[in-house]
Design a protein around this ligand. Structure first.
Ligand code: CP3
Length: 347
């Protein structure tokens, strides 16, 4: 009996070792594409682009049209959640995001779940629009930042760039920090469920700054909140695949895979696939992990590495991706070469 869904990306996440590997790239919609730059300048600024469903849907579809990837990821940003909770958000040219910081306990009072879902309505409208326009066989990914990563921006304004603020808070006042995290867990679970309801076929949680946590901190601020979110999403959508990306987790990836309940782990470029095949239980899918800088470099080095990754997944169910987001200086022909290499790799 053929049990395939007709979507190679979803089939791979659900346990089928699809070959050639399904493929998409983190940050596949972005500044390396001239058509993205055109739509962004039509919008005027990044946040307007995120909040205008028609334009967000358009930039989500651009990389699908150009490269025929197996999955689209909704064009949005992880920092829309703290903004929807009541914090100011700006994107400063050449500097990245600035979130209005929550200063210790007093700042928590400014945050509220009421109104969050209404503020995020344009994201759900964009998902519905993309879903209606996607070619058959292409899946749609909804996403959110994991609570630790979101908290690094809520506390330190610039996230990983000033990670000390959030880490100090976890050491100086873990009880209050836990209250902040509980609120973000709640908000994130709601946002993911709403994306699934709007039509997302799979969900990814980005824990970009997980690698900055101490061993104990990783357990408390990455593993536990992630598990709580997975449990909540599962109550509403028992079978939707959830991918976790604990960037920089190193050997703790094994605990992440065991404990959080995710269906797949996305691997950063430092992870050895030989190690991951042993450390990650075989019920989970693997995703990754070409170095985004190799995609900038291109040529034989990139092709060899892509083929090694395809071979490195061996008989696992897996999805080809980068180890982190695509860089703005990436030449488009290199992406075309990568797609050809992955599609042509021998099983
Ligand atoms: O194509 C896609 O992957 C979907 C869209 C997407 C964006 N951000 C769009 C974006 C996704 C999945 C994200 C996630 C995100 N945003 C993360 C987690 C993943 C990661 O990369 O670690 C983080 C930490 C953020 C926060 C954020 N947003 C930063 C640090 C920056 C500035 C860095 C940069 O590349 O300029 C952004 C801006 C941002 N988010 C851009 C895009 C396309 C660039 C904005 C522009 O057009 O100028």
């Amino acid at each position: 009996m053929d049990t395939s869904s007709g979507q190679p990306f979803l089939d791979a996440l659900k346990g089928r070792p699809v070959r050639p590997l399904p493929l998409w790239l983190m940050r596949q919609a972005g500044r390396y594409l001239p058509e993205y730059r055109a739509t962004r300048s039509q919008a005027g600024d990044f946040l307007t682009l995120c909040y205008t469903p028609k334009l967000a849907a358009e930039v989500t579809l651009q990389p699908i049209r150009r490269f025929a990837f197996d999955a689209a990821i909704i064009f949005s940003d992880i920092l829309l959640v703290p903004q929807a909770l009541g914090l100011g958000l700006k994107f400063v040219e050449n500097e990245g995001p600035h979130v209005e910081a929550v200063e210790a306990a007093g700042g928590l009072a400014r945050l509220s779940l009421a109104g969050m879902e209404t503020r995020l309505e344009p994201v759900y409208a964009a998902i519905a629009a993309v879903k209606a326009a996607l070619p058959r066989g292409v899946s749609l990914i909804g996403f959110a930042g994991a609570p630790w990563t979101i908290a690094t921006y809520m506390v330190g304004a610039r996230g990983g760039a000033d990670i000390k603020a959030a880490k100090l808070w976890t050491y100086q006042d873990p009880t209050t920090f836990a209250r902040l995290m509980d609120l973000v867990v709640e908000a994130t679970a709601l946002h993911l469920v709403n994306q699934a309801r709007a039509g997302a076929d799979a969900l990814q949680l980005f824990d970009t700054w997980a690698g900055e946590l101490s061993d104990d901190g990783f357990t408390r601020w990455s593993l536990e909140p992630t598990r709580a979110i997975v449990e909540r999403v599962r109550k509403a959508f028992p079978t939707i695949p959830i991918i976790g990306f604990p960037r920089g987790a190193g050997a703790r990836l094994a605990d992440y895979a065991q404990y959080t309940g995710v269906d797949a782990v996305s691997l950063d470029s430092t992870v050895s696939l030989d190690w991951a095949r042993q450390a990650v239980p075989s019920r989970l899918a693997l995703q990754g992990n070409l170095d985004p800088l190799l995609l900038v470099a291109g040529g034989d080095a990139m092709r060899r590495s892509a083929e090694q990754i395809c071979a490195g997944f061996a008989d696992r169910h897996a999805v080809f991706n980068l180890g982190h987001g695509i860089l703005p200086e990436t030449p488009i022909p290199h992406v075309e070469d990568l797609v050809a290499a992955v599609r042509g790799a021998r099983p």
